[in-house]
Design a protein around this ligand. Structure first.
Ligand code: MN
Length: 248
């Protein structure tokens, strides 16, 4: 199995406040081979604090070598503790955040991708000419769909669609979902906040990834499209490409 050559990795990042909110509570960081998106909640000057703590705490992993799955899980726990500590004031009461990301880790003696998630921000993978959602939303509507109580189509407009069932900043212990899988040159990833996935269909996302080989252009095109489609929330995207050796 091949390691992930960093010279074949490209990434682009874009974020926008949207058309309705007056400030941006999303936070995204790229550091080394660690990519993180966090979407804060909890009102003015609180949500943005929580998402920044989450993103920067996870990004610290980008400065280490030979990351393991356990390192990532531990760092999510550390981000949760820092948010709980920072939220111990009346004006920041109840602040929290989602966090999702992609990192290169060592597993089974070689480099693998690791995707982690808490909440309803998402990681998509575009490979073999098709787009798939890697993460599973921790949301009320996801649970209703899984129980067969509503359809995927109904979930999109359901009043509970913004209710997150797992987040950082609310409980003493938080366990992220993690997925570990081998790299496949030619693949691309999209990390995004729900302000993007609530505005754009999977087909629209796929179309924009196909139309923009440049990763920065892709991230900007995705964010622009979500804002133009309504921009009812903050919108954030990181696009990561693992190129084939000797070209794209
Ligand atoms: Mn959001």
């Amino acid at each position: 199995m091949t390691p992930i050559p960093t010279r074949q990795l490209r990434s682009g990042l874009a974020t926008d406040v949207g058309r309705v909110r007056d400030h941006n509570e999303d936070h995204a960081v790229v550091r080394g081979t660690v990519f993180v998106v966090a979407d804060g909640m909890g009102g003015h000057a609180a949500g943005e604090v929580a998402s920044e703590i989450a993103a920067t705490t996870l990004a610290e992993l980008g400065e280490r070598e030979q990351l393991t799955r356990e390192d990532v899980i531990r760092q999510v726990g550390m981000a949760n503790e820092r948010i709980l500590d920072a939220g111990d004031t009346p004006e920041r009461w109840g602040m929290g955040t989602t966090v999702t990301g992609l990192a290169v880790v060592h597993a089974a003696g070689t480099e693998h991708w690791l995707v982690f998630n808490v909440g309803d921000s998402r990681v998509y993978r575009f490979a073999d000419d098709r787009l798939a959602q890697v993460t599973v939303d921790h949301s009320e509507v996801r649970a209703l769909v899984d129980e067969g109580l509503i359809t995927e189509a109904e979930a999109k407009y359901h009043p509970a669609r913004n209710i997150v069932t797992r987040s950082l900043g609310h409980d003493d212990a938080v366990v992220p979902d993690v997925w570990v899988f081998p790299p496949q040159p030619g693949e691309r990833f999209l990390l995004c906040s729900d302000g993007l996935s609530n505005e754009l269909s999977a087909d629209e996302i796929e179309h924009l990834l196909r139309a923009n080989d440049d990763v920065q252009a892709a991230a900007e095109a995705l964010v622009r499209a979500a804002v133009e489609a309504g921009g009812r929330d903050n919108v954030t995207a990181i696009v990561v490409a693992l190129d084939r050796a000797g070209g794209r």
